[in-house]
Each structure stands twice: as structure tokens, then as C-alpha cells.
Design a protein around this ligand. Structure first.
Ligand SMILES: C[S@@+](CC[C@H](N)C(=O)[O-])C[C@H]1O[C@@H](n2cnc3c(N)ncnc32)[C@H](O)[C@@H]1O
Length: 244
């Protein structure tokens, strides 16, 4: 079982500079400039809009992107964000507390007819920040009644099929019955792997089917989307599951 910590205050004096830089760069690089079509993101957004349950939401490996995915959700009344490192939660917290609206958000809001009040509502939700490792057994201190758990780009950080499948087991206990789990895992390209990144091409739709069967989820959506014009990623696996 991993360390579990709720972050109440950010003591920036203890922060690691390189992690800070990583999350700040990530924030400025992803979902910031104009929306990039044909990268699979439209499918993730559509599935979130269709299957994103209202109520209590946990976003795993949130990084600075929770507000982006929240664009598609309705009637969320509590937001919990998870990260491995506090520096990631601080970048997210600063963004949530501010009022900036990056171009990518504006584009998605135009595409889906979302008004600016939605962002205000999401930015002011009651929220909690939790540090724990989402790729191993989850800490029992966490709520066990989430309506919605999302994981974008997290389970795909595992290094073999069994570890990947087990992530769906760890998550299961923390969802309400009929709760939904929605996620996406980006599959790396040969050139990105050649640069020293782990090969995660073992991930495929069969693994998700196996996980759903083993841990009693109904599959609401499962697809593998091709990513065009990206040096680092070839495909993205998009899944939406209901806890039976
Ligand atoms: C590819 S980024 C995705 C960030 C964000 N969810 C998004 O949609 O852009 C992966 C995130 O998972 C976090 N992470 C990595 N390992 C983790 C773990 N074992 N448990 C929880 N979060 C983790 C990283 O710090 C990073 O913010």
C-alpha cells in the first residue's frame, strides 16, 4: 500500500524545482494552444459528455488538466484530484484559482456550446487534493463512493499487461455501484521509445476487455483512435466502464 496524503496547504519552500518545471511545461504544452483535431481528443470529450456521471468525481494523475476534462461534465458537486507529486497539484490549484482560459478551452467551449459560467462553477467546486500512487493498491483512507473516476494518461504508465489490468482492480472498490470509470491511454511511437521512454505498446482493447471481465465492469465504450501528426504517440485507447 502506498503513502496517502491529503494536501491542505502548499509549502512551496519544499518543492522540487525539476518537478515544478515539468508540470509547468506540461501545462503550457498540452490543452493550452489551439485545439488539435484528429488526435483522438474529440472521442475522449464525446465519451465524457455521454458517460460522465454527475456527483462526486475523482481525477487520477490529474496534472494540470482536470479543468479541461471537466468541460464535458454536468452537475459535479465535489472534485477530488490525485497526483503522485505535490508540485503537479500546485500547478493545477493555481490554474483553478485564477481566471485564465487557454485557447484550447475556448475552442472546445465553442465546439460544444459551453458557456463561461461552466468554468466558474468548476473552478469553485469544493475540492480535495490527494497524493497516492494510483498504479498500486489504493489507500483505504480514500472515499469509497465516487460516482465518477477518470484517469487520463495514468494507467498507461505501467510497464506490462498484468500491472495495467490490475489498475482496474484497485480502482473498483472506490466506485459506487453503477459508478463510471472513464480513461484514455496514449500509446507511444517507436521514435519516442527510442528516446528512452518505456514501450507501452502492450496496451490494447483486449486487455481492457479482460480487465472488465475479471473485475466486473460493463464496457460502455472501448476504442483505439489513431493519432495523426504526433511524433511521440501513435494511438490512444479510450475506455468507459460501469461498475456492476
Ligand atoms: C501523461 S500525464 C496526464 C496528465 C493529465 N491527466 C492529462 O490528462 O493531461 C500523467 C500524470 O500522471 C501522474 N502520475 C504518474 N504516475 C502516477 C502514479 N503512479 N499515481 C498517480 N499519478 C501518477 C503524473 O505526475 C502526470 O501528471
Amino acid at each position: 500500500m502506498t503513502e496517502f496524503k491529503e494536501i491542505i496547504e502548499f509549502d512551496v519552500g519544499t518543492f522540487d524545482d525539476s518537478r515544478n518545471l515539468y508540470y509547468t511545461q506540461y501545462f503550457n504544452e498540452y490543452y493550452y494552444d489551439a485545439f488539435r483535431p484528429n488526435q483522438g481528443t474529440e472521442v475522449v470529450l464525446d465519451i465524457l459528455k455521454r458517460d460522465g456521471k454527475s456527483g462526486k468525481w475523482l481525477d487520477l494523475g490529474a496534472g494540470p488538466a482536470t479543468l479541461f476534462w471537466s468541460l464535458m461534465l454536468r452537475d459535479i458537486n465535489e472534485l477530488h484530484c490525485n497526483e503522485l507529486y505535490i508540485e503537479g497539484l500546485k500547478v493545477l490549484d493555481d490554474f483553478l484559482k485564477g481566471d485564465s482560459v487557454p485557447q484550447c478551452y475556448k475552442d472546445v467551449m465553442n465546439m460544444y456550446g459551453i458557456d463561461s459560467q461552466h468554468l466558474v462553477n468548476m473552478r469553485t467546486l469544493p475540492r480535495k487534493y490527494y497524493i497516492f500512487d494510483a498504479l498500486t493498491e489504493w489507500p483505504s483512507d480514500l472515499s469509497h463512493n465516487y460516482d465518477l473516476i477518470t484517469g487520463f494518461g495514468v494507467f498507461g504508465l505501467t510497464t506490462n499487461p498484468e500491472d495495467y489490468i490490475r489498475c482496474f482492480e484497485y480502482m473498483r472498490d472506490f466506485l459506487k455501484d453503477d459508478g463510471h470509470a472513464i480513461g484514455a491511454n496514449w500509446i507511444r511511437s517507436q521514435s519516442f521509445i527510442d528516446k528512452g521512454n518505456t514501450d507501452n505498446r502492450f496496451m490494447n482493447m483486449d486487455l481492457i476487455k479482460r480487465a472488465a471481465e475479471r473485475y466486473d465492469y460493463q464496457i460502455l465504450h472501448l476504442s483505439e483512435e489513431r493519432i495523426e501528426n504526433d511524433e511521440n504517440y501513435d494511438k490512444v485507447l479510450v475506455w468507459s466502464l460501469c461498475k456492476l
